[in-house]
Design a protein around this ligand. Structure first.
Ligand code: NAD
Length: 361
């Protein structure tokens, strides 16, 4: 049996509990997995002064596949987001987030079965910012005034780069995902009516890539209209490809539509490595309470197994998770009718129930 070596990053907040539950169910699939556990996030920052030590990056470069618990990012100050650092260091350009409403979950949108493909490296997330009052900000404003685009002197300025290269590879990844997973349609999302040279380019390139894949239906939507339509007619959507910022926002919308953040998995895939993690954050208020839902991270593990070519064990794990949710007995508080439901189980008991389902399949 071949053994896959995987970088395992517990993260911080509720991350270590979620990773432990996920590691246990992945091991139960029978796939040969060897873990290289490495730190990232607020806890290692407190000890070593960096949220993302070199040894963690070296491990992922070597194993090429990782699974990660969430990590806290301080708002406004402190260190930069580990996730943004990771995506940039490893060029993890495609973020794939399936949003499927499993039977048994309370949602107004039970028909939802979409896959969000978010560009991960460009757009306003590139981190190109000019703080108001600085010399750089002044020089940029002088330039903008010269080209007839004056900006108020008390303005902070962010730059939104969207390239032909970045758009081409993300749209291509969306079509490839559609083909590999028997999905019939790709929708490209933009605001090209307002941002002609950035979103306009994304749309133009999307149309070019679509012409190379005539067997997959293609359409485009303006992002505000997409949000409206997603919550009115979710069944009309399939694979949705978006630039970085819209992808971030629509991912959380998708998570809400399928029953909450506790259920939304993700994978960040690049040319040199792939990193799998839930859409949600570190939920620090629940840290150490064995309370939060491990489904999103477990389903990220399912995506990881598929990425490794282990499709049958991946399907078996997904079926087991779906069965636990459908039965609704051994599930966490967020899947119960009320948050205070005394029959809710903890993170690790949810993992026990998934393991039991797998053993009885
Ligand atoms: P969050 O996703 O951590 O939590 C928001 C709320 O969603 C929680 O209070 C909880 O009610 C619910 N929730 C989240 N995960 C859940 C789960 N598994 N089960 C049940 N309920 C769950 O968002 P936040 O509070 O805005 O962010 C906390 C920290 O996480 C921030 O520092 C943020 O920067 C970081 N973050 C990290 C990642 C990542 O590591 N990939 C992603 C998003 C946010």
């Amino acid at each position: 049996m071949s053994v896959h070596e995987i970088t395992l990053i517990p993260g911080d907040g509720t991350g270590p509990e979620l990773i432990e539950a996920t590691r246990r169910v992945l091991e139960q699939t029978g796939v040969g997995l060897r873990w290289d556990e490495q730190p990232a996030g607020a806890d290692v920052y407190a000890e070593e002064g960096t949220p993302f030590p070199d040894r963690t990056l070296e491990s992922i470069r070597r194993t090429k596949v990782g699974i990660k618990g969430p990590t806290t990012t301080p708002v406004g100050s402190g260190f930069r987001s580990v996730n943004v650092l990771l995506r940039q260091a490893l060029d993890l350009y495609a973020c794939i987030r399936p949003c499927k409403a499993y039977e048994g979950v309370r949602t107004r949108y039970p028909e939802t079965d979409i896959v969000i493909v978010r560009e991960n490296t460009e757009d306003l997330y590139a981190g190109i910012e000019f703080e108001q009052g600085t010399a750089e900000n002044r020089r940029l404003r002088d330039f903008l005034a010269d080209v007839g685009q004056p900006v108020r002197e008390d303005a902070g300025i962010s730059i939104k780069p969207i390239s032909r290269f970045g758009s081409e590879r993300i749209v291509q990844a969306a079509f490839q995902y559609a083909k590999d997973n028997d999905r019939g349609k790709v929708t490209a999302v933009h605001k090209a009516n307002i941002m002609k040279f950035t979103d306009g380019l994304f749309l133009e390139v999307s149309r070019e890539v679509a012409r190379r894949h005539p067997e997959v239906e293609f359409e485009d939507r303006i992002v505000d209209n997409l949000c409206n339509q997603l919550v009115s007619r979710p069944e009309e959507y399939d694979v949705i490809v978006l630039p970085n910022l819209y992808g971030d926002i629509v991912s959380d919308l998708g998570a809400g539509m399928i029953g909450g953040l506790g259920l939304a998995p993700g994978g960040n895939i690049g040319t040199r490595a792939a990193m799998f993690e839930a859409t949600h954050g570190s939920a620090p208020k629940y840290k150490g309470q064995n309370r939060v839902n491990p489904t999103a991270l477990m389903l990220s593990g399912v995506l990881m197994l598929r990425h490794l070519g282990e499709r049958d064990p991946a399907d078996a794990l997904e079926r087991a998770i779906a069965a636990v949710i459908r039965k609704g007995e051994h599930v966490t508080y967020d899947l119960k009718p009320t948050r205070e439901d005394p029959t809710a189980v903890g993170t690790s008991q949810f993992a026990d129930a998934v393991i039991e389902e797998m053993m009885s399949q």
